[in-house]
Design a protein around this ligand. Structure first.
Ligand SMILES: Cc1cc2nc3c(=O)[nH]c(=O)nc-3n(C[C@H](O)[C@H](O)[C@H](O)COP(=O)(O)OP(=O)(O)OC[C@H]3O[C@@H](n4cnc5c(N)ncnc54)[C@H](O)[C@@H]3O)c2cc1C
Ligand SMILES: NC(=O)c1ccc[n+]([C@@H]2O[C@H](COP(=O)([O-])OP(=O)(O)OC[C@H]3O[C@@H](n4cnc5c(N)ncnc54)[C@H](O)[C@@H]3O)[C@@H](O)[C@H]2O)c1
Length: 480
């Protein structure tokens, strides 16, 4: 007979979002069931953040070996062993996996079911294994999957996505990448540094959601290292090459003529689709669109018992967003306080190329659209930073977007370790601080972090060293 389970909290999907909800509700003593149809840890651990950052780390080492001569250290061209790189990726995943494992969650008091789940009613769910569940609150955290753009011929060529590329690293040939978003550029640099020829085909401009002034530094570095970047690329069709490989036929932006580019492998990194299929959302009265499940500011769906978090909820797609949303949902489900609203004002986003590109808050363009002429911009280049010179990491800048009085509206850093350097600016933005908060602090010398303080100081220095201040100092000296 089919098992019937009654629970307080039911979570569907054990990725970044679902795991955080289940850990929270179980540790607060609420009976919790978590259903996962595939690998615990979801995209981030198995096919996303973790393997991509591990591959970038291997690529950084290859680059360091290739460029060691400028430090006076002799080294030859790096020798890359694909099987060993693959083992490195698997090792990193295996080291983190216990945190997301069935054993750990069972230990926290969560009942974990390994099966696909679907709604059968407003508060009922069924698994493919035949279990029937009824829950007081349900959280959908089913994530997203790669979108395949409707390019003629795409079904006739072998396509790699983030779901397959880390299991069969296409090292050594010519990798064509469709899409120059975060996945496209991170993978472009990783494979190029590991000795693969790479061509990025982006229909708009590289990293189109980011500040173009900061993106320019990433673009220039990628090109310098040998990545071919085709922007404004209209891919007319894809054709298979007999014996393996792919040809992308493009329309040339300027001449309007056709260009054929042949590669050994094709990675599609052209955006994501929310995982809503087969979930029976209609049976539960849960509305969704092509972007994902529709949620209000409290992350509640159109069914009041059901919440959605993470990539499936149609908002920004980052692991830290899924974690943040999970925290809000736990609070909103369990504490009968005024429901917390999601606020993305201080949402950081980092692309882990070298140089890294990190932003928080508004870009200059977004700020000008909202505040018009009241927007001020202050910059500090990394080549003016002593530590950057010592490390030979001088590409990049810190860019602050401020209002007239110096209140921080956004901050962007492109440069070495920008993802680490952005963190004080996340705190500053979330605490509504002004740039003045940075000018008085003692920043340790020599650190890359000094660029933030200098960019803040640059905003005030025209007023500080003005004729008016000099006159004031002269008058005060009469009394000394
Ligand atoms: C290549 C790549 C690199 C990335 N790098 C970063 C990064 O550096 N930093 C960052 O912040 N973000 C990064 N991301 C984004 C990040 O991985 C996602 O935002 C995050 O994983 C979303 O978590 P989630 O819980 O919403 O979904 P997922 O992690 O996708 O988890 C959803 C889970 O639900 C399960 N599921 C689906 N349907 C069902 C069902 N019917 N029944 C049971 N289980 C089901 C799935 O099997 C899956 O395990 C990257 C993504 C990719 C693809
Ligand atoms: N470092 C990080 O935090 C990180 C890294 C990787 C992914 N992610 C997350 O995963 C999400 C998905 O990444 P992504 O790079 O696939 O998506 P994306 O939507 O951010 O970028 C996709 C790119 O593909 C281009 N594109 C779409 N169709 C095309 C076509 N037919 N021809 C050429 N170009 C085309 C788009 O113009 C866009 O620039 C990101 O938005 C991000 O939230 C985060």
């Amino acid at each position: 007979m089919a098992e019937t389970i009654d629970t307080d909290i039911l979570v569907i999907g054990a990725g970044s979002g679902g795991l955080s909800v289940a850990a929270g509700t179980a540790q607060l003593g609420r009976p919790t069931v978590l259903i996962e149809k595939d690998r615990m840890g979801g995209d981030c651990l198995n096919t996303g953040c973790v393997p991509s950052k591990a591959l970038l780390a291997a690529a950084r080492v290859a680059h360091a070996v290739r460029t060691a001569g400028r430090f006076g250290v002799a080294a030859g061209p790096p020798v890359v062993d694909p099987a060993a790189v693959q083992a490195h990726l698997r090792g990193v995943i295996a080291a983190i996996a216990p945190n997301d494992s069935v054993e750990r969650f069972t230990g926290l008091g969560v009942r974990v079911l390994k099966a696909a789940a679907r709604f059968t009613g407003p508060d009922t769910v069924e698994t493919e294994a035949g279990q029937r569940l009824r829950a007081r609150r349900i959280v959908v955290a089913t994530g997203s999957r790669p979108a395949l753009p409707p390019i003629p011929g795409i079904e006739s060529v072998p396509v790699l996505t983030n779901e397959t590329i880390f299991d069969r690293l296409p090292l050594g040939g010519h990798l064509l990448i469709v899409g120059g978003g975060p996945i496209g550029v991170e993978m472009a640099q990783a494979f190029c540094r590991l000795g693969t020829r790479v061509t990025v085909l982006e229909r708009a401009t590289l990293l189109p959601k980011d500040d173009p002034e900061l993106v320019a530094v990433v673009r220039a570095t990628l090109r310098e290292e040998g990545v071919e970047i085709v922007e404004g690329a209209e891919i007319l069709r894809l054709e298979p090459v007999p014996g393996g490989g792919v040809v992308a036929v493009l329309r040339e932006a300027i001449s309007g003529g056709e260009r054929r580019i042949e590669g050994t492998d094709l990675l599609v990194a052209a955006g994501r689709l929310p995982t809503v299929q087969g979930l029976g959302l209609d049976a539960a009265g849960i509305a969704w669109t092509a972007k994902g499940i529709s949620v209000d500011a409290h992350l509640r769906t159109t069914n009041r018992r059901v919440y959605a978090v993470g990539d499936v909820a149609g908002g920004p797609q980052f692991t830290h967003v899924a974690g943040y949303q999970a925290g809000l949902v736990v609070r909103n489900m369990l504490f009968r306080l005024a429901p917390a609203r999601a606020d993305y004002t201080a949402l950081p986003r980092v692309t882990y190329t070298a140089p890294e590109l990190a932003q928080v808050g508004l870009t200059e363009a977004e700020a000008r659209e909202r505040y018009g002429d009241g927007v001020r911009v202050s910059r500090w280049p990394l080549h003016e930073n002593d530590r950057a010179q010592a490390e030979r990491e001088t590409a990049g800048l810190a860019k602050l977007v401020l209002d007239r009085r110096g209140r921080i509206l956004g901050a962007g850093i492109v440069g070495a370790q920008a993802g680490e350097l952005i963190q004080p600016w996340v705190l500053a933005l979330s605490r509504r601080l002004s740039a003045r908060a940075f000018t008085g602090i003692m920043a340790p010398y020599p650190t890359l972090g000094e660029v933030g303080k200098r960019a803040a100081g640059a905003f005030y220095s025209p007023a500080l060293f003005s004729d008016r201040t000099r006159r004031l100092v002269r008058v005060l000296s009469w009394f000394g």
